[in-house]
Design a protein around this ligand. Structure first.
Ligand code: ATP
Length: 246
C-alpha cells in the first residue's frame, strides 16, 4: 500500500510553547483519514504543515513522495481551511474562476469544474451573488467547492461541515466517498463523531501528541466502549502519572 502523507517525528513550537511533539503518521492512498481531538490539541497546526503553509520545528513531512514544502504539490492538494479565504467583493462564480485560473485550467475545463463543484455544494443558483451577501454556511460551501476545483489527488478538509445543514452534509459525504473510490486521499479534521465514524482510520490528537490511532472500531475496542463520542471524551480527559487516560 502506498502512502500519500508521511510524517516522521514532526514537532512544532511557537516560541517556547511546544504545540506538536514527535508526531508520526502515515496516510495511505485512497484512505479517508480523520484527525480528532479536543480544541487546541494541534490538529490545524498539523494540517497547515502538511499543506506546506507552515514548517515543522523538527521532523520531516512527505506528500506524494515529495518533501514538503514544494510548489508542485499545490497543484495536487485541495485545502479547505477553517477560516474561509474568499474574496467578499467578488461573486461566487468569480471566486471559483479566480482559483481555477491559478491552477491554469483551460476555459472548457474551468467551466466544467465550476459547474461540478457548485452543484456538489448546492450553490449553482447562488453563483451570481457577491460573497459578502452569503451566509456563513454558504461561505463554507464555496470554500469546499474551491478546494475541489482542480480535481486534487489529496483533499485536506479542516472541519468542513461546520455550519452546513444535514442534507447537504450527507451529499458532501457521498462525494467524499466517491472521491475515495476514485483513489483520492482525504484527510479531515472533525469534531462531529458521526463523521469520524465514516473515516477508514482515525488518529486521536491530545496535547500535540497522537495518543491512539486505528479504525473507528479498533478505537472503540481499545477503550472498550461503544461510541466514538466516548472515545473523544476520553481524549479530553485527565491523564494519570503514567500518562494514561482516565
Ligand atoms: N501562530 C501561532 N502562534 C502561537 N500559538 C499558536 C499558533 N497557531 C496555533 N497556536 C497554538 O497551538 C495550539 C494548537 O492549535 P490548533 O489550532 O492547531 O488546535 P486545533 O486542535 O486545531 O483546535 P480546534 O479544534 O479548536 O481548531 C493552541 O494552543 C494554539 O493557541
Amino acid at each position: 500500500m502506498t502512502s500519500t502523507i508521511v510524517l516522521n517525528q514532526v514537532s512544532k513550537s511557537f516560541g517556547k510553547k511546544t504545540v506538536l511533539n514527535k508526531v508520526s503518521i502515515s496516510v495511505h492512498s485512497g484512505e479517508i483519514f480523520g484527525l480528532i481531538g479536543p480544541s487546541g490539541s494541534g490538529k490545524t497546526t498539523l494540517v497547515k504543515m502538511i499543506v506546506g503553509m507552515d514548517q515543522p520545528t523538527n521532523g520531516e513531512i512527505q506528500v506524494l513522495n515529495t518533501p514538503v514544502p514544494n510548489l508542485y504539490l499545490s497543484q495536487k492538494i485541495g485545502y479547505m481551511a477553517q477560516a474561509d479565504a474568499l474574496y467578499n467583493d467578488l461573486t461566487g462564480r468569480e471566486n471559483l474562476t479566480f482559483f481555477a485560473s491559478l491552477y491554469k485550467l483551460n476555459k472548457g475545463v474551468q467551466k466544467e469544474r465550476i459547474a461540478y463543484a457548485a452543484d456538489l455544494v448546492g450553490l449553482t443558483h447562488q453563483l451570481s451573488k457577491r460573497v459578502q451577501n452569503y451566509s456563513g454556511g454558504m461561505k463554507r460551501r464555496l470554500s469546499l467547492a474551491i478546494a475541489l476545483i482542480h480535481d486534487p489527488e489529496l483533499l485536506i478538509l479542516d472541519e468542513p461541515t461546520v455550519g452546513i445543514d444535514p442534507k447537504l452534509r450527507k451529499s458532501i459525504w457521498e462525494e467524499i466517498n466517491r472521491l475515495k473510490m476514485e483513489g483520492k486521499t482525504i484527510l479531515i479534521t472533525t469534531h462531529v463523531m458521526d463523521e469520524a465514524e465514516k473515516c477508514d482510520k482515525l488518529a486521536m490528537v491530545r496535547d500535540g501528541e497522537i495518543i491512539s490511532s486505528g479504525s473507528p472500531l479498533e478505537l472503540k475496542n481499545q477503550y472498550q466502549i461503544s461510541s466514538l463520542e466516548e472515545v473523544f471524551l476520553l481524549a479530553g480527559g485527565e491523564k494519570d502519572e503514567n500518562n494514561r487516560l482516565n
